[in-house]
Design a protein around this ligand. Sequence first.
Ligand SMILES: Cc1cc2nc3c(=O)[nH]c(=O)nc-3n(C[C@H](O)[C@H](O)[C@H](O)COP(=O)(O)O)c2cc1C
Length: 363
Amino acid sequence: MKSSFGQSVNICIAGESHGEALVAVLSGLTPGIKIDMDYIRHCLSQRAPVGKISTPRHEADEFEILSGVFEGHTTGTPVTILIRNTNTKSKDYSEMASAARPGHADFTAEAKYHGFQDFRGGGHFSGRITAVLVAAGAIARLALKNKGIEIGTHIAKCAGISDRYFENVAEDIKALNNKCFAVLSDESAEKMQAEILKASEEGDSVGGVLETVVSGLPAGLGEPWFDSMESVLSHFLFSIPGIKGVEFGSGFAVADMKGSEVNGELRIENGKIVPVNDLSGGINGGITNGDILKFRCAVRPTPTIFKEQKTVDMKNLENKTLCAKGRHDPAIVHRVRAVVDAATAITLCDMMAQRFGTDWATK
Ligand SMILES: Cc1cc2nc3c(=O)[nH]c(=O)nc-3n(C[C@H](O)[C@H](O)[C@H](O)COP(=O)(O)O)c2cc1C
């Protein structure tokens, strides 16, 4: 099992949904990054469940920083973050010890760990683990802010309802980072929430598409071939539970477009080369071109649903039906947004450190 990611900046995560605690160790960060505890809390609140559109499992997500921060700043040595699980109801999972939830990782974990896996609440495959990733990502975002790099993600689509496109990227990023349900159009936000509620009442779930933009990135980031910007970012994004597709710029749509539509232009502005209207998402040849970085992630409907489904008893090798129990999100797209922001921030810190050295974020 590979629980760590990154070359110059590296994250290692551990924990289970119903275990004692979740831990992240973030290594290789620039010394001297000012730690804003309220900002970390703010990022965690964007992953936290809200109202009836999320799981009723509410966790305080109080985090402790155990190492790597001294007198309010990163020291440059590994930062260890711990979040305790305080609201677990493992009884709900007693039937699911042997009955695999279709679409979840119960069967694949059994196939890999031969019954020794902690199955409670999805164990290591639960979205719960992402809490500590978001806390680490918040610190990475503080480092990026030192260089004027900002990340914003919106729910571009949920249950077939679309949000508006980005217009003024700087203003839209600011607005999104103050929203709990990250949708640019209030009207679309209401319609999406109504669809999530409807799915929840039917014991079902819905999915969506997250669209992320990053402003302020320099041209020249990315380590082709195999650590190209797209390769590294999508590696991390596909590691997030529930993400089933990643595309950069216009993505799969370029297959139906002409070169003249996708290429955009290059021009000189204030003595600098700048790409204009390029639909590649800010990356050419695996290297950033200085334009806004743009990508989308497809987020699946939550696998655990409260409808009867055919599955198997993994211990007795019998077919059976299962109506899931426990506390689950009728949609995860709005919560995964904070995780995507965190994954993006950690990846970009790594790429910046590889290009400019460990001290890239020193002010
Ligand atoms: C923040 C977050 C919350 C999630 N909540 C749930 C949930 O309540 N119920 C569930 O079945 N899956 C939930 N998931 C998704 C599962 O963890 C994921 O679908 C499962 O591990 C299988 O992985 P895969 O979908 O990538 O194949 C959540 C994921 C995230 C990131």
